[in-house]
Ligand binder design. Structure first.
Ligand code: DQA
Length: 146
């Protein structure tokens, strides 16, 4: 795909998981909205979720071939994973970091991200809409460079 959307651990439980932080939209709903937007723009998009750090790293490596933009919510790995950070640095594909909740309004351990300084930009606290805003930006960038 031209654009790859990566969802990290526990995001498969969206809809029922801590709705006070993450809202009631399911991951399937989020992915369907993104797919519709990408289709309208005639851009190939894949949404992919894993609870496994290793699987996410492998998926980032295989993105090297065709993917021109990544949108990633690393979830808890945001705050822990040097390995996932290094994978994104290695493939050098521009990426936007998205969080449903405002991580800066939460526990101090969520305030640090291993990704933010490498990201094109960060969206945090805008709920499911954050992914759509990130996709709009990626589409704009890809269209400009096409
Ligand atoms: C999250 C925020 C993280 O701190 C948390 O571990 C998540 C989800 C978010 O989307 O708000 O799993 O990335």
């Amino acid at each position: 795909p031209h654009i790859l959307v990566l969802h990290g651990p526990n995001l498969n439980l969206l809809g029922t998981r801590e709705p006070e932080h993450y809202g009631s939209t399911t991951l399937a709903d989020i992915d369907a909205r993104l797919a519709a937007r990408a289709k309208a723009a005639k851009v190939a998009l894949e949404c992919w979720q894993s609870n496994s750090e290793a699987a996410l790293i492998d998926r980032i490596h295989s993105a090297r071939q065709h993917t021109r933009y990544i949108i990633i919510n690393p979830a808890a790995f945001t705050h822990t994973s040097v390995a996932l950070r290094d994978a994104l640095a290695a493939v050098a594909i521009p990426f936007i970091e998205v969080h449903l909740s405002n991580v800066f309004a939460r526990e101090p351990f969520r305030h640090h991200s291993y990704f933010s300084d490498l990201a094109v930009g960060i969206i945090s606290g805008l709920g499911a809409q954050g992914y759509e805003l990130a996709l709009d930006h990626a589409l704009t960038q890809l269209t400009i460079k096409a």
